[in-house]
Write a protein that binds this ligand. Structure first.
Ligand SMILES: Nc1ncnc2c1ncn2[C@@H]1O[C@H](COP(=O)(O)OP(=O)(O)OP(=O)(O)O)[C@@H](O)[C@H]1O
Ligand SMILES: [Mg+2]
Length: 315
């Protein structure tokens, strides 16, 4: 049995002469949540559609566990909530889920049982008989998530499950995903533009731009790697501290605190402690800042624009 849930090897997808996905190789390990981020048109949805077998790669291969892409074995393991879902206009929520369950190969009895479980789990019971096409955007996203789980897949591909939702509905969807991951030990590939939210549920970040993977790393490793060395400091005499350090380190004042920005973070810490000791100051705060996924994204994207064509692979 393959140790990866999903493996893409050198996958390229061209639409005519345009290359939407360019030599992408990724591996997803079981039980982890992967954030799939990148600007509009980067190739996220196309990559997901390839994993789902809805699009065939122009070049390259892939597997879902031991099954080649687009085979019934692969599809059985995958649940998919697409970026845009269209619902049949005359189907109620319960009819839609039952229909999707039978399409996924469940027997009539199993389909009824599973539909009821999901209506419960997703808090949709009181809306079960309403027409799903008339649901609000947030409720439709919930139905789409429920649908992706109908055949108890091991891997979920969620393409912007929180797009166009208000903050409360976004949180509700993410809480549902988090609960599903914990209870069912799922592997999830989730794309989103709301990076600060993704940060709360992902273990790993995969960043794509112009069809290229430009970062593929555990979230903590990525944050560590791009940490500019930001140190927030507050002492009983900040003016004196700056008198001693201003010529050697870049800084700015932020709400009375000093915000140093340096790659020599360890030396800076030693210098600060030395000054505090020698000048008999009180050290009120010494805090190293953790980079947010948002600023990581901006840093990498800015770097990409500066060094166009110079791609860092699997950084
Ligand atoms: N069927 C198609 N025919 C032609 N071009 C396509 C097709 N599908 C996607 N593309 C192009 O491929 C590129 C990647 O599109 P894709 O939808 O994968 O981007 P994305 O990262 O999902 O973007 P977004 O964040 O806007 O959803 C885009 O330039 C898009 O216009
Ligand atoms: Mg997309």
């Amino acid at each position: 049995m393959s140790e990866y849930c999903i493996e893409l090897k050198n996958v390229t997808k061209k639409f005519g002469k345009f290359t939407a996905v360019d030599d992408v190789s990724i591996r997803l390990e079981p039980g982890k949540v992967y954030g799939f981020v990148g600007p509009n048109g980067a190739g996220k949805s196309t990559t997901m559609a390839i994993i789902m077998g809805a699009l065939f790669p122009t070049k390259g291969t892939g597997r879902v566990f031991d099954h080649p892409l687009a085979t019934p074995g692969a599809l059985k393991e995958l649940g998919y909530s697409p970026e845009f879902t269209s619902f049949y206009s005359d189907m109620s929520c319960v009819e839609y889920l039952y229909y999707m369950a039978t399409l996924a190969g469940l027997s009539s009895d199993e389909a009824i049982k599973r539909t009821n479980e999901l209506l419960d789990q997703f808090d949709l019971k009181q809306h079960a008989n309403r027409k799903v096409a008339k649901f609000s955007t947030g409720m439709k996203k919930k139905v789409s998530l429920a649908q992706s789980m109908i055949h108890r897949p091991k891997v979920l591909l969620l393409d912007e499950p929180t797009a166009n939702l208000d903050p409360t509905s976004r949180q509700e969807i993410l809480d549902t995903v988090r609960k599903m991951v914990e209870e069912e030990n799922l592997t999830v590939l989730i794309s989103s533009h709301v990076l600060t939210e993704l940060e709360t549920i992902i273990n790993h970040v995969i960043m794509i731009d112009h069809g290229h993977i430009i970062l593929d790393a555990p979230i903590h490793e990525a944050q560590e790697k791009f940490k500019q060395g930001i140190l927030l400091v507050d002492t009983s005499n900040n003016d004196l501290l700056l008198e001693k350090l201003a010529s050697r380190y870049e800084y700015r004042i932020e709400e009375e605190d000093i915000r140093f920005n340096t790659i020599e973070i360890e030396q800076l810490k030693k210098d600060i402690v030395g000054i505090v000791y020698n000048e008999n100051l009180t050290l009120n705060m010494l805090k190293e800042e953790v980079l947010s996924l948002d600023s990581l994204y901006k840093q990498i994207m800015e770097g990409e624009t500066k060094n166009e064509g110079n791609i860092q692979k699997n950084a």
